[in-house]
Design a protein around this ligand. Structure first.
Ligand code: ATP
Ligand code: MG
Length: 656
């Protein structure tokens, strides 16, 4: 993955001048001695530039994610670590050899000076081993953290790159698992796994070489007694644990998915008395996770002791055959001793390798999951030669658009609609008719199956997503607020807006009173998803957000459905001001809202069945005429002349 920013990328850090400007120094009239001091302080201030992260649909590494590719850039560092590992292991494995020399050349011949030299060499070996492993552990630890950072940011950017469809089809909890448990499994692998693996494999190799040079016959007997059994056992373990750890990774994703859904849906769960049932369901999900873990650890439990048994049996065989060789005089006592020590040392790494193999398996399972995740392409790709959409007048054309979410049921069919610049068009129709879908297609959350959508003659699939969405303001049917204060939420599309602008936008939609009532005004916190606000207040905040952004084309999807009549009237007056010279699509269930538009389109079953001004449609006497008549009867509004004046019921003639 490459995270280097292209020049001028909006994600590169602020310059030094920006930083000092942000420090808020007055730009005139600072006495020179103060100025000097200020410069000194500013120079001493640490820079906190944003990390260099380039983010677009195209500049990321599109090759499959593999361990080798991921570690590739750190090849040299890893080779260095491996060098240290070699030194470390050789120093450690010198021990039994030195013991053998001590016994055969010093103890048996009773030579104290040789004994002193051997002991000193032993001590030196220990010092070298400790030093090398300290440096190596520090290095790999830091490298592991850096790699994890890179991977976390990479996966997160990948999420940001995806189209909306991705988040409908993937469970939040599963995505969270990729970010937590899977990445942690990889971290465990990097931090000690890979290098330890090298240590252990190297230990085995060194011991084999030393044993063979000491006494080839005995080495052969030892290896024959131990290696085939060990190999068979390991082959079995390999396949069994692979299955086991794959299962564990899947189950933990289920657990997190269930958890996140339960937490998000707590209100409904409580209201519907599903707490008890929910606990049972979660117990089942967690139970499957437990079973997967039990299976994996059973496999480990068989492998560990079995390999130990093989080791001990090997030692017994060695004692028997080696002892006879000592009796025959073909082996010295020291050599037998060294053999026994090495055989013990031979099994320690095998035990370790089992542990490592576990973490390797988990790491590989995680790599597989991450590879699948990182290989998903956005469903709505920005074409590589996409152009910037220039500032538009706002002529929106749907040309013969058909669309389906799942490829089977058509949600929009042969949809044709031309909206002139500055025109406000209302879209009405029954629940599930496809109204919100029209808004989503125009925002290019999805691409139509056939037909084109264009703004000012530019097909929206040929322009950059950012330049398109900058000019579109969408107030969705379910507004989303972020954890932060009101100011942050209103200024979401325009973080550079001044406090006055934010306040003005809030005043326009009628939030003045709420803000005055809150203890910290604009800086009052909005809890996660705006849970501390009422639905109407959330809608008002979303409207203020859209008003502040002053987009060229505004799309309101049931944006006033939760407001009382007074607030709605206020918002509509504000809309009149905001919409001046802008194109607007207003999706509404309430006829009173729809009537204010220049033209009204009626959608039913994904088709535009009527289109015209209020008067034309009433005269036509079709769907809209019927809805209007019903509304008139319900509200007792005799003429239908000016629906703005009074709509005591805020009638909902479509009766969803
Ligand atoms: N993400 C999705 N995946 C599959 N089908 C979807 C998806 N979103 C909406 N639909 C289906 O598409 C159809 C149109 O949905 P849409 O949201 O456009 O309706 P709507 O006219 O806005 O209704 P409402 O008045 O209730 O807001 C519905 O039948 C709905 O079930
Ligand atoms: Mg809708």
């Amino acid at each position: 993955m490459s995270f280097g920013p292209p020049p001028g990328s909006p994600f590169s850090g602020p310059s030094a001048t920006q930083t000092s400007a942000a420090a808020g120094l007055p730009f005139a009239g600072m006495p020179s001695e103060l100025a000097e001091r200020a410069t000194a302080i500013l120079d001493a201030e640490p820079d906190h530039p944003e990390p260099d992260i380039a983010f677009s649909q195209w500049d990321h590494d599109r090759r499959p994610f593999t361990l080798r590719r991921f570690l590739g850039p750190h090849r040299r560092g890893l080779a260095g670590a491996l060098g240290l590992v070699v030194i470390e292991t050789m120093a450690l494995q010198a021990g039994p050899l030195l013991t053998q020399i001590g016994i055969d050349r010093a103890i048996i011949p009773r030579d104290a000076s040789v004994l002193a030299v051997v002991a000193a060499a032993y001590f030196l070996a220990v010092v070298v081993n400790t030093g090398a492993s300290a440096v190596r552990i520090a290095y790999t630890g830091r490298l592991g953290e850096r790699l994890m950072y890179q991977l976390r940011v990479g996966v997160f950017s990948h999420f940001q790159r995806q189209s909306l469809g991705f988040f409908t089809s993937e469970k939040v909890g599963v995505l969270l698992t990729r970010m937590t448990s899977d990445i942690d499994a990889l971290a465990a692998l990097f931090q000690d796994g890979l290098v330890n693996l090298a240590v252990q494999v190297l230990t085995l190799a060194i011991i084999t070489v030393v044993l063979t040079t000491l006494n080839p016959t005995l080495a052969l007997i030892t290896l024959l007694a131990v290696v085939p059994a060990m190999a068979l056992l390991t082959l079995w373990f390999r396949s069994a644990s692979e299955v086991g750890y794959g299962r564990v990774r899947e189950r933990i994703a289920d657990v997190l998915a269930d958890l996140s859904e339960s937490l998000a849906g707590m209100r409904v769960i409580t209201a519907m008395n599903r707490r008890h049932h929910n606990v049972i369901h979660h117990a089942n999900v967690v139970g499957e996770y437990r079973d997967a873990n039990v299976y994996a650890s059973t496999v480990g439990a068989v492998y560990g002791p079995s390999s130990e048994t093989i080791g001990v049996a090997g030692q017994a065989a060695l004692l028997f055959f080696g002892g006879r060789m000592v009796l025959n005089g073909t082996l010295t006592v020291g050599e037998l001793f060294a053999f026994l020590l090495y055989l013990t040392a031979f099994f320690a790494p095998i035990q370790q390798l089992v542990q490592l193999y576990n973490s390797y398996q988990q790491g590989q399972a995680a790599v597989g999951k991450l590879r699948d995740l990182l290989s998903t392409d956005p469903e709505v790709p920005e074409s590589p030669d996409a152009i910037e959409l220039p500032l538009v007048e706002g002529r929106v054309v749907f040309d013969d658009v058909s669309f389906s979410y799942d490829g089977r049921t058509e949600v929009l069919s042969d949809f044709d609609l031309t909206i002139e610049p500055g025109e406000t068009i209302a879209i009405v129709g029954p629940t599930g008719a496809g109204k919100s879908t029209v808004a989503k297609l125009l925002s290019r959350f999805y691409d139509p199956g056939s037909g084109t959508i264009s703004i000012d003659g530019a097909d929206i699939s040929t322009v950059t997503l950012a330049s398109l969405r900058r000019q579109l303001g969408v107030v969705p049917q379910e507004p989303f607020l972020f954890n932060g204060d009101i100011r942050y939420n209103v200024g979401f599309a325009r973080p550079d807006a001044t406090e006055d602008e934010v306040r003005h936008a809030c005043d326009e939609v009628g939030l003045t009173e709420l803000i005055a009532r809150l203890p910290d005004g604009l800086n009052s916190p909005v809890h996660e998803r705006g849970s501390s606000l009422s639905s109407g207040e959330r809608q008002l905040l979303a409207l203020a957000r859209a008003f502040l952004a002053r987009p060229r084309v505004l799309i309101l999807d049931e944006a006033t459905s939760n407001l009382d009549l007074a607030s709605e009237t206020l918002v509509e007056r504000a809309l009149d001001r905001v919409l001046e010279g802008r194109t607007a699509i207003i999706i509404a269930h309430r006829l009173a809202t729809a009537m204010r538009a220049d033209r009204i389109g009626v959608i039913d079953h994904g088709r535009l069945i009527e289109l015209g001004t209020h008067d034309e449609l009433v005269a036509l006497g079709g769907h809209y005429g019927a809805m209007y008549a019903m509304w008139e009867r319900a509200t007792g509004n005799p003429s239908g002349g000016n629906p703005l004046g009074g709509n005591p019921l805020g009638g909902n003639p479509l009766g969803s």
